[in-house]
Design a protein around this ligand. Structure first.
Ligand code: SAH
Length: 257
């Protein structure tokens, strides 16, 4: 019988800024003898690995699709059979739109012990970095994390049901489908005028924030040539950014007087 791995770690690498990672994640990276990592993992985070650790990229190759999930599952099992400690490093949090559940299931079926180390999901990182709270007593008491990526033969009906009053909706992987999403959400008239913020490459030096209204979000994304990875935040809470800008201006004026 092949030697079974002591442990497989599913490690959250955080939203992008290499300092937004937990001490526990760093310890697991240091311990791992082989690490499989995604395209959203900042290369700086891999510097925590030991020099002899085998690093395996399983993200998108230029102009190609990502490695299929089934293949990643197989690769994980292969490495875990070879090494006593294997790390699976994923952008953000492994259990938020990261297919972490599928990997846990596959590894569990193969008899490995698994530890999941949470990471800061990109929605939290993005909000904090631009001083945008995702909940606020005045604007929003509910947060919805939703994906714009539909399963084969799926549709966007799930968006039609949303009344966004007093809610903050954060769309992951929403760029491609934004036209359909906008159309569905705007079927409720009171949603249409809600403010939106689109955050590209959140928490990284190249971060870009673009703001507008839900009813023209598709055009805005096109005009600004927003590229992945990007998050779309919709809800009254986005107007908090105006409030903070106003306060900053007022304070700057007082200081100059
Ligand atoms: N597990 C990850 C999400 C993976 S899905 C997490 O918890 O954040 C990939 C999507 O996440 C991207 O398409 C994008 O919508 C979002 N995302 C991840 N990193 C991002 C970043 N630095 N800036 C903006 N969006 C990001």
């Amino acid at each position: 019988m092949e030697k079974k791995s002591k442990k497989v770690y599913l490690i959250g690498a955080g939203p992008g800024d290499p300092e937004l990672i937990t001490l526990k994640a760093i310890r697991a990276i240091e311990e791992s003898e082989a690490i499989l990592y995604d395209h959203l993992v900042n290369p700086k985070i891999l510097e925590h690995a030991r020099p002899d650790t085998k690093l395996i990229y399983v993200g998108k190759k230029k102009g190609h699709h990502s490695v299929p999930q089934e293949e990643i599952n197989q690769m994980l099992v292969e490495q875990a059979n070879k090494y006593s400690c294997v790390g699976r490093l994923k952008g953000g949090d492994p259990f938020i739109f990261g297919r972490g559940g599928e990997e846990v299931e596959f590894l569990a079926r193969h008899g490995f012990s698994i530890e999941v180390i949470p990471g800061i999901t990109s929605a939290s990182g993005a909000g904090s970095n631009i001083l945008l709270p995702l909940t606020h007593r005045k604007y929003g008491s509910e947060v919805v994390f939703i994906t714009g990526h539909k399963k084969k033969d799926g549709d966007y009906n799930q968006f039609t049901a949303y009344d966004l009053t007093n809610k903050t909706m954060i769309i992951y992987m929403g760029l491609t489908a934004i036209g359909s999403i906008q159309k569905e959400l705007c079927k409720r008239e009171n949603n249409c005028n809600l403010p939106v913020a689109i955050i590209e490459k959140a928490t990284l030096p190249e971060e870009r924030v673009v703001r507008g209204k839900l009813l023209s979000i598709e055009k805005l994304i096109e005009k600004e040539k927003i590229q992945a990875p990007a998050l779309i935040i919709i809800g009254e809470v986005v107007s908090f950014l105006d409030e903070i800008d106003k306060i900053k201006k007022e304070v700057a004026q007082i200081i100059h007087e």
